[in-house]
Write a protein that binds this ligand. Structure first.
Ligand SMILES: [Zn+2]
Length: 212
């Protein structure tokens, strides 16, 4: 133990046995005091984090709105699967959208993607830093990635993949992404890498290239 080695080191510095005992007692007391302070500090930190992470009544109200949009999309209007999403900035809803894959013939028209597009139009920016997304369901890999690209860093979700594994491919896609290239469902083949690399070289040299 580290503190035991320290005690031995101090013991060597103090030749008198009585003084040595005092140093040992002082070191042990100090070690216990530090440990107690660490435990108290970590407990307070944990409680603060837990309070910060807890969903408020307002979070639940936003989620209920997302669940209403979910039902509208999947059960009432049947624009697509039962998925809904709401995006909030400064406690104001700036976008609310359901899945519209069937209505729009667009496989990327998931609720979260639709809501992110709507929020970006509202803010006239691709960057949704500071926004919170409430999704009726756990984000699929595409929606997670879109939120990531949009700089959304907090998402609340209601239903889990396991609630609709039998109907939609969210988990299957997630598993597929993790597989090695030759084992993926989509056959991925790399060709003409050097020609594409030439464009990257050109792009890097632009003083005003679009970066995000
Ligand atoms: Zn999705």
């Amino acid at each position: 133990m580290l503190w035991h080695k320290d005690v031995e080191r101090y013991r060597a510095l103090i030749p008198h046995p009585h003084d040595q005992r005092l140093v040992v007692v002082a070191a042990i007391s100090l070690a216990f005091e530090i440990r107690a302070k660490c435990i108290i500090s970590l407990t307070i930190l944990g409680l603060l984090l837990a309070v910060n992470a807890m969903a408020t009544d307002q979070d639940q109200a936003f989620m209920r709105q997302a669940i209403k949009v979910m039902r509208d999309a999947g059960v009432v209007n049947k624009t697509g699967g039962p998925f809904g999403a709401v995006i909030v900035k400064d406690r104001q809803v700036i976008a609310a959208a359901g899945n519209s894959v069937i209505q729009d013939n667009d496989p990327s028209a998931h609720a979260e993607v639709n809501a992110i597009r709507q929020a970006c139009r509202t803010l006239d920016s691709w960057d949704l830093t500071g926004c919170v997304m409430y999704s009726s369901c756990e984000c699929c890999p595409m929606c997670y990635s879109t939120a990531y690209w949009a700089n959304i860093r907090r998402v609340f979700y209601a239903a889990s993949w396991s609630d609709y594994d039998d109907l939609f491919s969210d988990r299957a896609i997630n598993d597929d992404i993790r597989r090695a290239m030759p084992e993926k469902q989509i056959r991925m083949e790399q060709i003409l890498q050097d020609e594409a690399q030439a464009v990257w070289t050109e792009f890097r040299q632009l003083p005003d290239g679009a970066r995000y």
